[in-house]
Write a protein that binds this ligand. Structure first.
Ligand SMILES: [Zn+2]
Length: 82
């Protein structure tokens, strides 16, 4: 009984695409080393990134405020009476 298992992995023909990158905003192919297809997308992406960074920082800011507030309350509660 011949061994029918094909162990050799067939290599897919490599697409002849020159080294390139994709626009960070819309995903359009751009020249290698470039991040965006145009200046407008670069601007939009930076604005979006800034907004997202702010949004991701909000819970941290919230926790800090809560921690600071509870610390203040505990200081007031346990401070000796005058
Ligand atoms: Zn783009």
């Amino acid at each position: 009984m011949p061994n029918s298992h094909k162990k050799h992995k067939e290599q897919k023909p490599h697409l002849q695409v020159p080294k390139h990158a994709h626009c960070e905003l819309c995903g359009a192919p751009v020249r290698y080393g470039m991040e965006f297809c145009n200046a407008e997308h670069k601007d939009l992406y930076k604005k979006k990134a800034r907004k997202e960074r702010l949004m991701s920082a909000l819970p941290v800011i919230f926790v800090i405020i809560i921690a600071a507030a509870s610390l203040m309350i505990s200081i007031i509660m346990f401070s000796p009476p005058p």
